[in-house]
Each structure stands twice: as C-alpha cells, then as structure tokens.
Design a protein around this ligand. Structure first.
Ligand code: PLP
Length: 293
C-alpha cells in the first residue's frame, strides 16, 4: 500500500510530498513539531501533544494553522489513509513560505502544515526493551530553549550519530555542572537503590515529554516516589536502574552509560513494569479506519 502525506491542504502520495524551497522550516528551522504514538489504531495522548504544540507555537509567535478539531481530523485521517495500527503520526508547522529574510514574514503569511504517519512493528520495540540500550554522554550544545519542540535539531542529530558510532542507542546531554539534562530524543530517568524514581524537573532546559508526564501519572497511581531534580552522570552510573522515555519508544531500560554497566547490566524491573503499564494511564482516542483502496 502506498503511503499518503498531508501537505498544506492536500493528501498526496508520500513520494510526491514536498514543501516549497522558501518554506521557513527548510530555510531557518523556523518551525515546530509533534510526534504522537499510534497504538492499536488509537492516537495516544493527543490532548497533551496538541497542548504542547500550542505552547511551542505561542512561544515562537507562529500562528496556529487551524483549530484543534480540524488538526485532529487531519491527524486521524492521515493515520487512517496509511492504515497505521501501530506507529507514529508526525506533524510539523512552520512559519510558512516567504521570500528569504530572517525577520518574520508579513503576518498574512499562512503557517505551513505537514502531517505524515508511518507503521512500526511493535515487536521491534519490545525486543529493544528486552535488551535495553546503551547511552553515551555528550556536552550540552543546544540553544537555551529546548523546552520548545522546535525542528532545529542539529545538536540532537549529531549526538544521535555519535551514539550510533559508539554502538549506543541514545546520547544524554550533560550540563556544565555534570548533571544529565535529557536524551537527544528522550527524557532521562534513574531509579535509586531505595526505589525512588528520579528525573530532571521540566524547566526550560529540557522538553516536557508527553511520555514523561504519563510516567509521572503512573507513579502517582502506583504510589511510587517521584523526585523531580537534577542527577549527575555519576549518580546515574551508580543507580539501581536507568531508563529513557519518548512517544516513539515508550519506556526503554538503559543498561550501560559510557560503557559502564548500570546495576547488574540488565534491563531493570521498574523500567519494564512502567513500560508494561503505561498505556493504562494514557489517553487513547479512537481512529476510525476508513475503507480507502
Ligand atoms: N526530549 C527530546 C529532546 C525529544 O526530542 C523528545 C521526543 O522527541 C523527548 C524528550 C520525549 O518527548 P515525548 O515523550 O513527548 O515523545
């Protein structure tokens, strides 16, 4: 089945899906995005993703491309047209197309909207979780507002590639004071030997992950102790467990940091239990799969 993308008002074959050369997302990374999980044909946590999108747009003074209901209709339609049962829906809004000039274009310039959806084999995620991932640490080189989900991801791209070349699955950005900020595309967590679950507070130095918020909810429901505070690389190395979270990976145990085993070097029970229960607390909205040929 051929993939379909939504580009500025039209559903088009994925191979033909293109934006203008003067799209400000392309020229300046002047845009924001969201990635939302699709599980069993349902969008996971759509409200939180769209709340965060609104916030990112507001912070950058980019106009919303349309109202929330219309946006949701397009996301669901894109999922349905691509017959995605398990996978991801990607949404990007840029400040639109205008003659190249750093300053904002005329306010009448409409923002540009792209939505794509892709299927992912859920078994692949389960295999990754069962094996755990290694992380490397890298110095923080991003701009001062990574709480905004901007498409300006060059430091994240370089960090992820460095991780790959080191045989690792993720890179953790580390602040000048030696504390872990977050991963290149995930939030970072540790579990202490007395069972406290620690993640950095969601200030403007990290992205407030929707999955992070889901895990915070889950901890509350299970009466597990959450500490939102910075932790050092050294504390993570000595921790009982470590894990990462994101909409595309859910909860993945971290088994090595910079080559040294975390705990016994195997995926930790807390991380695996949180992974197993997460969908019990997330919002699941139904996507009607339309009978497209
Ligand atoms: N931190 C960064 C830098 C990310 O890019 C992401 C996701 O892409 C996350 C954290 C996790 O956020 P979420 O759980 O909303 O996917």
């Amino acid at each position: 089945m051929s993939r379909i993308a939504y580009v500025n008002g039209r559903y088009v074959p994925h191979r033909d899906a293109a934006v203008h050369v003067e799209d400000r997302g392309y020229q300046f990374a002047d845009g924001v995005y969201e990635v939302c999980e699709v599980f069993g044909g349902r969008l996971v946590d759509e409200t939180r993703h769209l709340d965060r999108l609104d916030r990112s747009l507001r912070e950058l003074r980019i106009a919303a491309p349309m109202g929330r209901k219309a946006l949701l209709t397009i996301m669901r339609e894109t999922v349905a047209r691509n017959r995605v049962r398990h996978g991801l829906v990607y949404l990007q809004v840029s400040r639109g197309v205008a003659r190249r000039d750093h300053k904002f274009p005329d306010p009448s310039t409409p923002p540009a909207l792209v939505v794509t959806a892709k299927s992912i084999d859920p078994a692949a995620g389960e295999r990754t979780a069962a094996a755990g991932v290694a992380v490397i640490t890298v110095p923080e080189t991003r701009w001062a507002r990574p709480d905004i989900k901007s498409v300006s991801l060059l430091p994240n791209v370089l960090a992820k590639q460095q991780a790959k070349e080191a045989g690792a699955g993720e890179a953790w950005f580390v602040d000048q004071d030696g504390t872990v900020l977050e991963g290149a595309s995930t939030n970072a967590w540790i579990v202490t030997h007395d069972g406290r679950i620690v993640t950095r507070q969601a200030d403007n130095r990290i992205l407030r992950g929707v999955t992070r918020t889901g895990v915070v909810d889950l901890l509350g429901r299970r009466n597990l102790t959450l500490e939102e505070r910075p932790f050092t690389v050294e504390e993570a190395r000595q921790a009982a467990e470590a894990f990462i979270t994101s909409a595309s990976s859910l909860v993945i145990p971290v088994v090595k940091i910079d080559g040294a085993a975390v705990g016994d070097g195997k995926p930790g029970p807390t991380a695996l239990a949180l992974r197993g229960s997460l969908h019990q607390v997330t919002e699941m909205s139904h996507v009607v799969t339309a009978p497209y040929a």
